[in-house]
Ligand binder design. Structure first.
Ligand code: SF4
Length: 381
C-alpha cells in the first residue's frame, strides 16, 4: 500500500494505535486527503479487522405507519393524520406480512420503524412485539427510532428505563440508529428536527447501552451540514462508544432529496456524489477503527455496485435484504427488492466471503460463492 501523504500517514498511525482522532484530523480527511489514499487506508483497516469476510443480514423492513406528527423537512415518507394515503397497520396485518417473508425468505431480522403516530400508545408496540416473538422466535426485532421511543416515553410517563424495559420484555432486541441525522442542534433546526432531539438521541442510546440493549448508529449527510458538523458527529458517537461499547455498527447514509420540503424550498439541490459516499465510508472506518468495528454500506439509496465499492473503501457489512421498503420509494427513487442471493453474488464478485448474520452480528451461515451460481432462477423485481 503506497500513500504519499505525510499527514494521512500520521492520522493512520494514530488510528492504528487506537488513539482518538481530533476534529482537525477528520477535517483534513474531508477537505484535503486524496480519496484513493483514504480508500487504501480504510480498506486495510477493514481487512485487518475482518479478513475477507463481509457480513449481511436476511432482513425485512416493516414500516407499520406513515402518520407522523414531527414532519421533518428531509422526509418524504410521512403523512398527516387523515390524508388519503395515510395508513396504520394492525397487529394482525403485521403478523400476516411478517409470516409471508419469514416463510418464503427465512428472514432473521425485522427492522420495524414508522412515523410518530399520535394514535398509538405503548400497548400497541408491546402487543405487536410479543406476538412476533411468540410466532417467530428466531426473528430478531430491530425496532423504533429514537423519535418513536421518545414519543412512547412521553405518552407513557415514568422513566425512560421503565419504558425501554417494557419494550424489551415484550420482544424488542436491538434499536436502529435512525434519528441521529447530524447531531448539531443548528443543523437539526434547519432540517426540521424538534429542539433538543440530538441530545435526546444520545441520551436514549446511552440509557439503552447502560441497560445492555445494543443499538446501531447512523449519520445522514449531503444536506445542510458542514464538514465540521460531520466531524463532531463522529466524535460524539465515538465518545459514547468508548463508555459502554453499545453500538453494534455505524452507517453513514446520503440524504435523498426527492419530494422533501428541503428540495421543494430549493435548500438542497441534489444528492451527494459517489465520491462523497465513498469518502464518508472511508473516514468512518478510519475514525471508528477497532472501537466500532462494523461499518455498513448505504447501498439502499446507491445501488449494488456502489455497495461493492463501499466494501473496498472500508465497509465490512452489507446491511440487509430489502422486501417492500416504503421510505425511500416515497422520494421517487426506485429500490425494488434485494434478495439475499443478490447480496451473496455481489460480495462473491469481490472475491470476498459472504457471512450471513443475525441482528446481534452473530454468524448464521458462511457461504462458499465459488461453488454456486446464486443468481440461477432468481427473479429480479
Ligand atoms: S423522519 Fe421519521 S420522525 Fe421525521 S417526519 Fe419522517 S417519519 Fe416522522
Amino acid at each position: 500500500m503506497i500513500v504519499n501523504d505525510n499527514v494521512l500517514a500520521r492520522v493512520y498511525k494514530k488510528a492504528s494505535k487506537g488513539e482518538i482522532l481530533s476534529v482537525d484530523d477528520i477535517l483534513y480527511m474531508y477537505e484535503q486527503a486524496d480519496l484513493m489514499d483514504l480508500g487504501k487506508i480504510a480498506g486495510k483497516i477493514s481487512r485487518d479487522l475482518w479478513g475477507n469476510r463481509v457480513s449481511f443480514v436476511s432482513n425485512m423492513i416493516l414500516n407499520y405507519t406513515n402518520v407522523c406528527s414531527i414532519q421533518c423537512y428531509f422526509c418524504a415518507f410521512y403523512r398527516r393524520p387523515g390524508e388519503d394515503d395515510a395508513y396504520l397497520m394492525s397487529a394482525d396485518d403485521i403478523l400476516r406480512e411478517v409470516e409471508l417473508y419469514h416463510k418464503n425468505y427465512g428472514i432473521r431480522q425485522l427492522l420495524i420503524q414508522g412515523g410518530v403516530n399520535p394514535e398509538l400508545d405503548i400497548d400497541y408496540f408491546t402487543d405487536v412485539f410479543s406476538r412476533i416473538r411468540r410466532h417467530f422466535p428466531d426473528l430478531g426485532i430491530h425496532g423504533l427510532s429514537t423519535s418513536e421511543i421518545f414519543y412512547i416515553w412521553k405518552k407513557t410517563g415514568g422513566t425512560l428505563e421503565d419504558v425501554l424495559s417494557r419494550l424489551r420484555e415484550s420482544g424488542l432486541d436491538t434499536i436502529p440508529g435512525a434519528g441521529a441525522e447530524i447531531l448539531d442542534e443548528e443543523v437539526r433546526k434547519k432540517i426540521g428536527r424538534p429542539p433538543g432531539s440530538g441530545e435526546q438521541w444520545l441520551m436514549i442510546m446511552e440509557t439503552a447501552h447502560r441497560m445492555g440493549i445494543r443499538t446501531s448508529a447512523t449519520m445522514m449527510y449531503g444536506h445542510l451540514e458542514s464538514n465540521e458538523n460531520k466531524a463532531m458527529h463522529l466524535i460524539k458517537i465515538l465518545d459514547l462508544q468508548m463508555k459502554y461499547g453499545g453500538f453494534l455498527s455505524f452507517t453513514p447514509w446520503n440524504f435523498e432529496p426527492g419530494n422533501t420540503r428541503l428540495e421543494r424550498e430549493g435548500l438542497v439541490e441534489g444528492r451527494a456524489s459517489s465520491q462523497d459516499v465513498l469518502r464518508n465510508i472511508a473516514i468512518s472506518r478510519i475514525v471508528f477503527n477497532r472501537h466500532l468495528p462494523v461499518i455498513q454500506t448505504s447501498w439502499l439509496t446507491n445501488g449494488v455496485e456502489m455497495g461493492q465499492l463501499a466494501i473496498l473503501f472500508g465497509a465490512s457489512d452489507w446491511g440487509g435484504t430489502i422486501y417492500n421498503e416504503k421510505v425511500i420509494p416515497a422520494t421517487g427513487k426506485k429500490v425494488g427488492d434485494l434478495r439475499k442471493e443478490i447480496i451473496i453474488k455481489a460480495i462473491g464478485q469481490l472475491g470476498m466471503v459472504p457471512v450471513e448474520r443475525d441482528n446481534l452480528y452473530r454468524t448464521v451461515k458462511i457461504y462458499n460463492t465459488e461453488q454456486r451460481n446464486y443468481l440461477d432462477g432468481i427473479a429480479f423485481s
